[in-house]
Every structure is written in C-alpha cells, then in structure tokens.
Design a protein around this ligand. Structure first.
Ligand SMILES: NC(=O)C1=CN([C@@H]2O[C@H](COP(=O)(O)OP(=O)(O)OC[C@H]3O[C@@H](n4cnc5c(N)ncnc54)[C@H](O)[C@@H]3O)[C@@H](O)[C@H]2O)C=CC1
Ligand SMILES: [Mg+2]
Length: 352
C-alpha cells in the first residue's frame, strides 16, 4: 500500500510528494496514536484487543500450538457487561501495535484494575469458558507461540506490568494518569512524566577460537545450557558489561567482541537483550565458575553444539539419571547467537 504525503524538506522548505512505504505509514500512524488521545480512542472503536488476566495471556490451542485471539471493542464491552464490570475498564488498555491496514491492536488485563476493585479478579474460570480459551502463564506458553504472537504478547505483558507497578508518582505519592495509548503516565500534581522502562541485558557467547562456553543456572530446565547473560549496571557501556559479566561469572578476560542481534525479552519484567560474540585468548581458557551466579559452565566443541541445536522434542531423564545436553529454543536470542557461532565455525573449517 502506498500513500502520498507532504514532507517538509529541510533546506528549501517546500512540499514534495513521494510514496510512503507501508512500514513508514504504519509507524507514523502508531506515533500519532501515542501522541493524540482522541485519535487513539477513535482507533479503539475499530481496533482489536488481546486479553490477559493477572498478566497471563488468553490463549487458544490449535495443532500443538497456542494462538492468541483478538476481540473487537463490541465483543469486549459485551464481555465486561456480562461479568458486571464497567466498560470504563477499557481505559486501562494499552496500544501494542497495528496491522498493515491500520487496525490498532491493544491489550487489556481483565484481572488487574487501576481502580483496585477486587471484583475484576474474580470470574476467571467463567471468562475462560466464555472466551473459549485459557489464561496461561507467558513463561509456559512463549515457545509454543508463533513469532508474531510471541512478540505482541511479550510487549503487551511488559507494558501492562509496568502500568500496574507505576500507579503512583514516586515524588508526590499521588495517583498517576496514563495517556490513552499507555505510552506514558503523568502525575497531575507536578506534571512529572513517567515512561515505560526496560532493563538492558547483555548475552555473550564466549569462544576460544574452536570451542564455545556455555553455562547453566540452577533455575534452568534440567540439561539446558545457554550463553552468559547479565544486567547492565548503571553507568556501563555494553562493552563494559560484557567484560565485567564474563570476568564475574567464569573468571575470564574478553579479548574482542562483536555485536550479533538484540531482542525484547519479557522476563523478569521487560529486558532488552543485546547479544554479542566474544573471544578470549587461546592460552587463557581456564574457567573459574562463580557458584553464586551459575551452577556450572564448560567449553563445548563445534560438533557437540551443532548436534544439540538439531535436537528436537522433550528432554527426559536418561537411565543413568542425567539429562541430555540441550540448548534454548529458536525464539530465544541465545539460540540465534549459538546458531550463528556454529555456522561461522562451519564456514571457517571449509577448505578454501
Ligand atoms: N532470551 C534469552 O535467550 C535469554 C535471556 N536471559 C535473561 O537474561 C536475564 C539476565 O540474566 P542473569 O544471568 O539472570 O543476570 P545477572 O548475571 O545480572 O544476575 C542476576 C542478578 O542480577 C541482579 N540484577 C541487577 N539488575 C537487575 C535488574 N534490572 N533486574 C533483575 N535483576 C537485576 C539481581 O541480583 C539478580 O539476581 C535473565 O533474567 C533472563 O531472563 C538469559 C539467558 C538467555
Ligand atoms: Mg548471569
């Protein structure tokens, strides 16, 4: 879809016309909805709503996958009416995206209520029956969602959680008020604006040239190893966090690093995962695991990692009581980081 739009050209300040791509049109539309409360309210009339209860998304099962249904405003009003809730609850919804046809998408938590009414949290089983789905913890469902639903629900959950936790101004103690889109909250008594926050986290795959270093925390599912991860401390650059985390967790000094990709991650409460490859000097590879942070860490060969990446299915205990070595699923950025390392190693070992 191409639209023609006036664009003010900086130097001569005349209007020129060029087609805007669907992506640009969509981005500008979302920007307008965040800035203009009336436009956003209007967009709710034709929009669609993802539903949550106590931060668990409403999901339906289809062929071993979960699907996230969307509901129209009319359907939502009918549902709220049926369970004795005020249609004003819709004001608690947050904008999370839109379709290419500019259908705005919102998320609403039926179990969290900005007016702290407990009536909102009852009726969960009845709502599930009515909605022909279940409210399932995102941690349990994330890897059985398609990439788009996973991304939408992750964004929605992080934003709903942020609003729930920022109901009051930390300076005046007064209730804060969200804008219609939910892109900010304002304290009416002092006009302080609060914006949703996320925590930057680095995730680093350390290599010594032929092997890569993987670790596990005791909270990980049995047998699963991942790259080293850590929150950025205040005042640190991404590079400094990587050097510190690798030193802190496995006692090694990083020699060089290279950016790979980034990902929004909804856990523990909305992180920006920044994934990098790092190398250590070949002679300096002796790991000293920090047991306060990790259960264990070890070097793995290319073949071991390549085999684990191909492994599919569930990971049941073996006869000797151990669990097979496996890696995070595709949707996690650690998977992408490890896969990229395996591919690079494969290319560099090919004869020239
Ligand atoms: N998407 C992916 O592929 C992966 C994501 N992760 C995520 O990375 C996150 C960080 O990894 P960890 O090794 O646990 O970090 P970490 O090595 O920094 O240790 C966690 C500790 O850092 C402290 N901390 C500092 N700032 C924090 C903040 N803003 N929020 C929470 N705790 C903070 C707490 O004491 C916490 O116990 C995990 O929560 C996990 O969700 C981890 C591995 C893979
Ligand atoms: Mg860590």
């Amino acid at each position: 879809m191409f639209l023609y739009c006036g664009i003010a050209c900086r130097r001569k300040f005349f209007w020129c016309y060029r087609p805007l791509s669907t992506y640009v049109t969509k981005t500008r539309y979302l920007f307008e909805l965040k800035e203009d409360d009336d436009a956003c309210k209007k967009a709710q009339q034709t929009g669609a709503f993802y539903l949550f209860h106590g931060l668990a998304p409403l999901l339906q099962t289809s062929a071993h996958q979960y699907l996230a249904p969307r509901h129209s405003l009319l359907e939502l009003e009918r549902l709220l009416g049926k369970f004795g809730q005020d249609a004003q609850r819709i004001e608690d919804s947050v904008l999370i995206g839109c379709s290419e046809q500019q259908e705005a998408w919102f998320a609403l938590d039926l179990g969290l209520d900005s007016s702290f009414s407990i009536s909102a949290s009852s009726h969960k089983p009845e709502m599930e029956t009515e909605l022909k789905g279940s409210f399932i913890e995102l941690r349990k469902a994330l890897f059985q969602l398609n990439a788009r639903d996973a991304s939408m629900l992750s964004t929605a959950q992080a934003l709903l959680r942020w609003h729930d936790a920022h109901q009051f101004c930390s300076r005046s103690g007064q209730p804060t008020k969200k804008n219609v889109a939910g892109s900010k909250r304002v304290c009416p008594s002092n006009n302080i604006i609060y914006y949703p926050q996320m925590a930057p986290v680095v995730i680093t795959l350390v290599s010594d040239g032929t092997r890569c270093l993987l670790a596990r925390q005791s909270s990980f599912p049995k047998g699963m190893y991942s790259a080293l991860a850590g929150f950025c401390d205040i005042g640190e650059s991404v590079e400094e966090t990587i050097h510190r985390e690798v030193a802190e967790e496995v006692g090694l000094e990083v020699e060089s690093l290279q950016y790979c990709a980034s990902q929004h991650w909804p856990f523990p409460s909305g992180s920006l995962m920044i994934a990098c490859h790092a190398t250590v000097k070949p002679g300096q590879t002796e790991i000293q695991v920090n047991l306060r942070e990790l259960e264990t860490a070890a070097w793995f060969s290319h073949d071991e990692v390549a085999t684990a990446l191909k492994r599919k299915g569930s990971y049941t205990q073996q006869q000797n009581g151990t669990f097979p070595f496996w890696l995070p699923p595709k949707l996690a950025i650690s998977h992408q980081l490890i896969k990229e390392w395996v591919e690079k190693q494969t290319c560099s070992s090919l004869p020239a």
